[in-house]
Ligand binder design. Structure first.
Ligand SMILES: [Ca+2]
Length: 320
């Protein structure tokens, strides 16, 4: 009994002493007409459910490359949630590896006391994160895992909308080198591919519900309308998948996700069919399979959510 008490005390002290243990690197474009809204959903979800865990946010190039606008979007979300988290400008291109965001993340890793305690939500190209590790390579031993939005298996990729198109692997294609450099550093990566993203759809009904939920919900719903239209007109889908939200949901709803653990990964050159392309061009892809016999790398790969996931995530998204 005494041992149990001491153990409980030890672990609660450990948890208390751990402090903020998350970093969010995003390419938020929420509110810019016809641009991807996903990262705004991640910020809203993280800020409402575990704000005390987020040490910092960096905004990097990706869905948009306008640091001033992007930082204003993050500030707006924080203002609506009455939360204040340190915010930095990350990389503006794949060669920008000394951005204020990379420097701030390097400092955070340096100050993290516990080894393998930091989780990074990588919602864009990995440039800002790799930049931090070039500044402070020992930071490798502070990182528990990087949650990266992208990847696929050897099976057919999920197809969306009436046109049955596959989706691009933009975060990888936007800076393949940084992704590979991080793999080579031996850091654990967990992937959130299209397989899992297509299992959480935001419909008009969801947006209407959000609109009446809170100031933040109202703002997010309003800013999502033009993105909803893009999905309808271009992809023929009634709704959109806020792809990146899966990385944030992993923090609070891990038990609702099924993931392959330690699955071998290879980077393969494959015919490109995204957005209805004919496969004549070849593009590198992050591919996982337990059948790969030769593979230097292993990752986790989350591919399925439970039947209660949608409702639980909506509740968390509209907490305030
Ligand atoms: Ca993103």
């Amino acid at each position: 009994m005494k041992t149990v008490f001491v153990l409980v005390l030890f672990y609660s002290n450990f948890l208390f002493a751990a402090g903020p243990d998350l970093w969010i690197d995003c390419d938020t474009a929420t509110g810019i007409l016809f641009r991807d809204v996903d990262d705004g959903y991640v910020l809203a979800h993280a800020i409402q459910n575990f704000p005390e865990r987020v040490a910092g946010i960096s905004v990097s190039f990706g869905n948009v490359n306008n640091p001033r606008k992007q930082m204003n979007i993050v500030r707006k979300i924080m203002e609506l949630s009455k939360v204040d988290i340190d915010l930095f400008q990350g990389a503006t291109n794949p060669l920008d590896i000394r951005s204020p965001g990379s420097q701030a993340l390097a400092r955070f890793l340096k100050n993290a006391v516990e080894p393998y305690s930091v989780t990074i939500l990588a919602l864009s190209r990995m440039t800002t994160i790799e930049g931090a590790l070039e500044i402070y390579p020992e930071g490798r031993t502070k990182i528990k895992e990087i949650l990266f939005v992208g990847g696929r298996t050897t099976a057919d990729e999920p197809r969306v909308g009436k046109r049955k198109w596959t989706l691009p692997d933009s975060n990888f294609w936007g800076d393949e080198k940084s992704f590979k450099d991080i793999l080579d550093r031996g850091i654990k990566i967990t992937l959130f591919p299209t397989d899992i993203a297509v299992q959480f759809k935001m419909t008009n009904e969801d947006l209407n519900y959000m609109k009446s939920s809170s100031h933040l919900g109202h703002w997010l719903a309003q800013k999502s309308r033009s993105w909803m239209l893009v999905w309808k007109v271009i992809l023929g889908e009634n709704g959109f998948f806020p792809f990146d939200l899966m990385a944030s949901a992993y923090i609070s709803l891990r038990a609702e996700m099924t993931c392959f653990q330690n699955i071998p990964l290879q980077i393969l050159a494959l015919p490109d069919y995204h957005f209805g392309k004919n496969g004549n061009k070849i593009k590198n892809r992050i591919v996982v399979s337990y059948d790969f016999e030769i593979s230097k790398y292993k990752v986790d790969y989350c591919y399925k959510v439970s039947g209660t996931f949608h409702d639980k995530l909506m509740t968390q998204l509209l907490k305030n």
